[in-house]
Design a protein around this ligand. Structure first.
Ligand SMILES: [Zn+2]
Length: 200
């Protein structure tokens, strides 16, 4: 990547923020990340997951593969992971219930037959059919291929002769964050994200 390009993309680049116990709490951008680092609210983890404060991070400089921002002293590498110095809770913000998020939770896999036909041939299936009072909730919606969706139709699970791969649940916070990181994620984030969410 050319230096100019590295500097332009640098400030918008996503940064994973961990609490003091190395649990992911959010994804921010490099601009916010640098101000947290500068104010001493967080330390930056290097490729070996060693934490560095602002001065140590500056002293490390940047390599050609890093995204970077321009400073008076030259390019400064964007940290991929920040470790908060104080905060030790895990936020409990709910993940919005949407078709795409249910697919992601289920790793784009039909929860009845394990097929992965691709997103265009997937459906949302109500485990307890709407006609029987089933609601659209995390606990009652599953990813289904079209044949299974048709086969199950309006029957209840216990009458259908079909089985769920797993019980559908509301995603945990770390799962939600993992889903949020699907669009762009970095090798350095992997140890902190839930591993079971397969890509599309
Ligand atoms: Zn199926």
């Amino acid at each position: 990547m050319k230096l100019g390009e590295r500097l332009r993309t640098g400030l918008r680049s996503p940064v994973l923020v961990l609490n003091r116990s190395y649990q992911p709490v959010r994804i921010t951008d490099a601009k916010q990340g640098f101000s947290m680092l500068f104010e001493g609210r967080a330390r930056a983890l290097d490729a070996s997951y060693e934490p560095h404060d602002f001065l140590e991070w500056i002293a490390r400089g940047s390599s050609a593969s890093d995204e970077a921002i321009g400073t008076a002293r030259g390019p400064l590498a964007v940290p991929r992971v920040l470790l908060l110095n104080q905060y030790n809770r895990v936020p409990r913000a709910p993940l919005r219930l949407s078709r795409r998020h249910v697919y992601m939770r289920d790793a784009y896999t039909c929860q009845y037959c394990s097929a992965k036909p691709g997103v265009k041939d997937l459906n949302l299936d109500h485990v307890v059919p709407r006609a029987a009072g089933g609601r659209s909730t995390w606990e009652n919606l599953v990813t289904s291929c079209r044949p299974c969706n048709l086969r199950k139709g309006r029957t209840r699970l216990e009458d259908s002769g079909m089985r769920l791969l797993k019980r559908p649940v509301r995603p945990s916070w770390s799962m939600a964050l993992t889903l949020a990181a699907q669009r762009r994620r970095f090798r350095e984030w992997e140890p902190f994200l839930v591993a079971t969410v397969a890509a599309e």
